[in-house]
Design a protein around this ligand. Structure first.
Ligand SMILES: [Zn+2]
Length: 394
């Protein structure tokens, strides 16, 4: 099983300067390689491949040993590969008949990750294993950087990445062969509804992770962004406003992850089988109708930015849930969310009128009333079990 581990870095002032220089140089390489491809494409209609750019990289490094040549060759190649991926995605969208934007130049603050594709090649995880209390990662051109390793790393370290988030630095390890840790069976099955007022509502009537604090941070973030828009370019006030927006973004992200981890942990601990809505289908219906099915609460009517922050949380949550479920040996079932919110869980009557507000379900035929999200979660659980029966019979 492949898993990633993320830890805060504790670089010295000297190392912070080197890390920033490393990111800047990688950004410069990315932009130069992009310029190269754009020009060749515009002037001659030629596509430059990753192979050509990687060969060029050798000469660039030889000519600029103290600059570009300071960093590991493999990690430079990883940045070129990242550009290559952006182009592959661009051409795939063109081929699909859409009109995507051309891959963009990365401005300052828009390039925050550098990856070393192989542990031991330009980087070394746990580079001072004999140290009695601390953990270090060695990065070529930067040195042995201290890591706040707050939990053990399991499996084999494959890739090492460094990421900047605001003023903080992190190391992200991608590990292979991470052993699973199956949990004892509980015999329980659950359906979950993903929502705005609560991230998760279960078919047993529990509401997990009420993101009120997240919503408050999102409000502050929206205000900070409006404030930023009013600042003059190049001014000191604008620089301050940019830093504030970045800090709030980081805070929202951390709060969301924290809530998602806790909710996922609880579900995986309590249930053997978890049915959830298939987000790919759900997002299609949502974008077609323009809004969520019945916007009514104040949360749903907040600014577009705020909404998108809450929306993005569902994908993050399901990724975390899938990861924990795999590790614990639990079964996840994705179901088509069609009609799950307008079907009566008591009699099966399907009608839009069954759900008059965001929170309340009232069946027009049998007068069954319930919390709307709990009603939906029950339908999702049944759909999941039906799907499971079909697959097991086949
Ligand atoms: Zn009914």
């Amino acid at each position: 099983m492949r898993r990633s581990f993320k830890f805060p870095l504790r670089p010295t002032v000297h190392q912070q300067v080197a890390l920033t220089a490393c990111l800047d140089d990688h950004r410069a390489l990315y932009n130069a390689a992009l310029e190269h491809r754009r020009t060749a494409y515009r002037m001659a209609g030629v596509s430059i491949t990753y192979g050509v750019q990687s060969a060029d990289l050798k000469h660039i490094r030889a000519d600029d040993a103290d600059g570009q040549g300071r960093w590991s060759f493999s990690c430079r190649q990883a940045t070129l590969r990242r550009l290559d991926k952006a182009f592959a995605a661009f051409f795939a969208r063109v081929k699909a008949g859409r009109t995507p934007g051309f891959p963009r130049f990365k401005g300052k603050g828009w390039f925050d990750t550098v990856t070393w594709p192989k542990d031991g090649d330009g980087c070394r995880w746990d580079s001072q294993p004999e140290h009695p209390s601390a953990t270090f990662v060695r990065l070529q051109g930067i040195g042995h950087v201290r890591v706040h390793r707050h939990r053990p790393v399991r499996g084999t370290v494959k890739t090492v990445s460094v990421k900047r988030e605001g003023h903080r630095w992190y190391v992200i390890l991608s590990c292979d062969d991470v052993p699973a840790e199956p949990l004892p069976s509980t015999g329980a099955v659950v359906g979950i509804d993903l929502g705005v007022a609560s991230l998760v509502t279960t078919s047993d009537g529990d509401h997990l992770d009420n993101p009120r604090h997240l919503s408050a941070s999102a409000d502050r973030l929206a205000a900070a962004q409006r404030d930023l828009a009013r600042k003059k370019r190049g001014s000191a006030r604008r620089r301050k406003a940019v830093a504030r927006v970045a800090a709030l973004h980081g805070k929202v992200r951390r709060q969301r992850l924290d809530g998602a981890h806790k909710a996922a942990l609880q579900l995986v601990g309590d249930y053997d089988v978890i049915a959830h809505e298939d987000l790919r289908i759900a997002n299609m219906t949502r974008s077609a109708s323009g809004t969520v099915e019945t916007p009514g609460t104040n949360v749903a009517q907040k600014s577009g930015l705020n909404r998108s922050i809450l929306d993005a949380g569902w994908g993050v949550f399901l990724t975390i849930l899938a990861d924990k479920a795999e590790s614990a040996g639990r079964e996840l079932i994705a179901v088509n969310p069609r009609n799950t919110s307008r079907t009566c869980a008591a009699c099966g009557h399907v009608a839009k009128e069954n759900r008059l507000t965001q929170a309340e379900f009232h069946c027009q035929r049998c007068a069954h009333t319930a919390h709307a999200d709990v009603n939906a979660a029950i339908n999702i659980m049944r759909a999941g079990l039906a799907l499971r029966d079909v697959t097991q019979a086949a």
